[in-house]
Design a protein around this ligand. Structure first.
Ligand code: LLP
Length: 416
């Protein structure tokens, strides 16, 4: 293999000495590759975020629900969040105990809520009407309510989940009504949670959101836990020198707020966070193959098999992912050029990297899309009846393990 443009994976020993080109030959293209060491490191970093004694990291499985990765997160001592009965099912399969799972529900049917109750999964409800439903289904039970503190954060308006213009959480001005419903069904409100949005790189907004949530918490006497939400960002522009989120600084600020508040509340609670992206994004890269090169009206198009059916983020949120290039045979070129890297889906928006400056790329090159471990495979689809790729893990001892097979053509008709 010729080393072309792969600084980040070299520095992290991402492939553990395995050749990405050989991996593609064996498992097919495109291919999601995960690195176990990086996953474990990210879990540990967040477990050590606070010195506050009762602190739990609930991995937000929506970011990547691969069973093997979930098992690793569980081994690292993380708990889990679920957004659907499907996520609850997968988490139980990965060995999480019901009491380690928090179901953060949003506009769910009675049947879904009942599924959680039947499996002894703790439920957070997100509106007065869902609190009523919960009360009817589980009189006398324990419940958690998601509040919207009026503050939002996130990398794109579609992923800002707190603040005055989103569907999530209960507006705190309805706290009296929350109390009435709790009383009516003899419920015990033992937890409150929030999630203000996805991807912050400066911790101050998060801390502000937590302070607002703590003010809300003062209205309730029986709390056992407060879940402060996820959203911890990762640097997607590493090649431009983007800095990491300063977890040390954030941890220090949060610790202070939590210790001070506990002294006021008079009782130590459990504090939880719900990170998804921070845990899973950087342990995953997406490999694909350059099938064609063309020039259209002055722009070079690098045509790959990395359509938005495989990674939706660039098309859905204009997200940036750094790109690496691997080459099997030596080609001498020192040129760099501005190109569009595009996929194979029949929509003109199918662009994975727009007007990106990269070394000259040739047919047959392998492209690696970095930081694709979160919201990558889980948002992949069979659009255009394309097959979703395989997922492999580079284990801590640098072995390669298939952790989900590639779809087959038969999979496309299995529900008919
Ligand atoms: N908790 C709740 C209630 C959430 O809705 C989310 C994400 C999380 C936790 C985890 O957020 P994280 O730590 O991963 O930022 N598909 C988008 C991200 C959507 C996030 C949805 N909710 C993307 O690719 O950027």
């Amino acid at each position: 293999m010729q080393s072309i443009h792969n600084k980040v994976s070299n520095e992290t020993n991402f492939y553990g000495g395995n050749d990405p080109i050989e991996l593609i030959k064996e498992y097919g293209s495109p291919l999601y590759v995960y690195n176990e060491n990086i996953l474990r490191e990210r879990c540990r970093e967040l477990k050590n975020l606070l010195t506050y004694p009762n602190f739990s990291v609930n991995y937000s499985v929506k970011a990547n629900g691969n069973l093997t990765l979930l098992e690793i997160a569980r081994e690292e001592g993380l708990n889990a969040d679920a957004m659907s009965p499907g996520e609850i099912f997968v988490e139980l399969k990965a060995g999480f105990k019901p009491e380690q799972i928090l179901y953060i529900s949003n506009n769910v049917s009675k049947e879904e809520m009942q599924f959680a109750i039947d499996n002894n999964i703790f439920v957070s409800v997100d509106s007065l009407s869902q609190l009523e439903t919960y009360g009817q289904l589980n009189k006398g039970g324990k419940v958690c309510v998601r509040f919207n503190p009026g503050i939002g954060a996130g990398h794109h308006e579609k992923v800002v989940t707190g603040g005055k213009k989103t569907k999530f959480g209960v507006d705190p001005s309805f706290i009296p009504q929350v109390k009435e419903i709790v009383l009516k069904y003899n419920l015990k409100l033992v937890g409150i949670n929030q999630h203000i949005g996805s991807l912050f790189m400066e911790g101050d907004k998060y801390v502000k959101g937590v302070e607002s949530l703590l003010t809300i918490a003062e209205n309730f006497d029986d709390l056992e836990f407060i879940d402060m939400g996820g959203g911890f960002g990762i640097p997607y522009e590493k090649l431009n020198g983007q800095k990491r989120l300063d977890l040390k600084d954030l941890g220090k600020k949060l610790d202070k707020v939590l210790f001070d508040w506990t002294a006021k509340y008079g009782k130590q609670l459990t504090f939880k966070i719900e990170p998804g992206r921070y845990i899973a994004a950087e342990c995953g890269s997406l490999l694909g193959t350059v099938n064609a090169i063309k020039h259209n009206y002055g722009m070079k198009y690098v045509g790959t098999d990395l359509g938005f059916n495989v990674l939706a983020r660039p098309v859905m949120y204009d997200s940036h992912h750094d790109i690496e290039v691997f080459r099997e045979f030596n080609v001498s070129s020192t040129r760099s050029e501005i190109v569009n890297i595009v996929g194979n889906i029949c929509e003109s928006g199918d662009i994975i990297a727009k007007e990106r400056e990269l070394p000259e790329i040739f047919e047959g090159d392998i492209i690696s899309v970095l930081d694709a471990g979160a919201y990558g495979y889980c948002m992949a689809s069979n659009y255009n009846n394309r097959l979703r790729p395989a997922e492999i893990l580079i284990t801590s001892d640098n072995k390669v393990k298939l952790i989900r097979r590639k779809d087959t053509l038969e999979d496309l008709i299995r529900n008919f």
